[in-house]
Design a protein around this ligand. Structure first.
Ligand code: CMP
Length: 142
């Protein structure tokens, strides 16, 4: 899925994005960078600062905190939103379980998207709250 039109087609199927206006989907398709991770690759690490939001296009990842597995995620699911929302460090480590292709948005594009789309911001907030309810961070690294 290297070209923009197939990225757009894909974005229209992703639950969190599919109700966005066409212009916003085009903005995402233009801004997104494809990243491929081999099995075992650490995509982001708990405690480190981060600039990326990741949408899984293919493959599977594991989310772990303090070495404990929180859950696994697959196509259409996303991660990396928490550190970008509060401009702090990653709350968990995300590792590719198999060859995984992600679409990555950088912090400033992600935040611009949320500011432009209050409905998307609310949906994203719902997911974050649900994730934190399921497994609240046990410590703060400050
Ligand atoms: P962030 O903190 O930026 O980086 C680690 C990511 O793991 C985090 O964003 C979420 O996307 C994801 N994550 C953290 N906790 C959970 C959880 N309990 N369930 C699912 N995903 C989580």
């Amino acid at each position: 899925m290297a070209d923009r039109s197939s990225t757009l087609t894909y974005l229209k199927q992703v639950p969190i994005f599919r109700t966005l206006p066409a212009g916003q989907l085009e903005f995402i398709a233009r801004s997104i960078k494809e990243r491929v991770y081999e099995p075992g690759a650490v995509i982001l690490k708990q405690g480190e600062p981060g600039v990326g939001f990741f949408l899984i296009a293919d493959g599977r990842v594991d989310v772990t905190r303090e070495g404990q597995r929180l859950r696994s995620m697959g196509p259409g699911e996303f991660f990396g939103e928490m550190a970008l929302m509060e401009e702090r460090i990653r709350t968990a480590t995300v590792t590719a379980k198999e060859r995984t292709r992600c679409l990555q948005l950088v912090r400033w594009d992600f935040r611009a998207l949320l500011k432009e789309n209050p409905d998307l911001a609310v949906r994203m907030l719902e997911v974050v709250v649900q994730r934190m309810r399921e497994s609240p961070p046990t410590h703060d690294s400050d």
